[in-house]
Write a protein that binds this ligand. Sequence first.
Ligand code: ZN
Length: 260
Amino acid sequence: MFNKIFALVFCSLLTACATSPTGRSQFIYMPDDQLNKMGLQAFNNLKTEKPQSQNSQYNKFVTCIAEAITHETGGNWEVVVFDDETLNAFALPGNKIGVHTGLIKLVDNQDQLAAVIGHEVGHVLARHSNERMSQKTAVSQSVALISAISAPTSALGQLAVSSLGIGAQYGIILPFSRTHESEADIIGLDLMAKAGFDPRQSVNLWQKMDQASKGKNPAEFMSTHPSHDTRIKELSEHIPTAMQYYQQAQSIGKTPRCRK
Ligand SMILES: [Zn+2]
């Protein structure tokens, strides 16, 4: 409620009003091209810091799924598989997707990885990073945020990388809110189904993630994308709608066959 009032007041004062893909009103003032530059900078940093996977099967598997999903959103997306055993995947403004090899090993099939990638792309499409930064910074700081990305130990740098959802790489965790998680779940479910992936597998994926985060290697993904009690219930409620998209996709020949 407070956020709604906050958004309404600031929307009228600053004309910084936006509407998310699910129809929610958002307080956003940073220009998207600035967020895209930040995403690009952060992605380039990660590519120099982390080894990329040389496993051609894994690369083919991830590219096959990501291409099918991003075909539904348009735009050119860059996809990189990082050689990292932690369970994680992320997407950044500026159309960048990163998937860790640990997550590839966890999933049972293409549909489960499509659920994660769809969820991540959902965060980008709904401009959640921009919304987080717009809430936490002053307009005067917005330009400094771009260069701050390269210095994740500075206060502004920490804010920037954590708002982008990749702070865990640097030991700074800013979990997405329940509102953002639910929104990314719904957008992701529709996206994966429209691309021809079975949306019912999303429930299995989240249960697997939950289980894995209780094990000896806590899932990095779950620290920034916290699960909530109603997640499975909300997903299950939306599956009938997503199944219609899935059936339509199948009927026009969208039947991806991505194998690891
Ligand atoms: Zn999330």
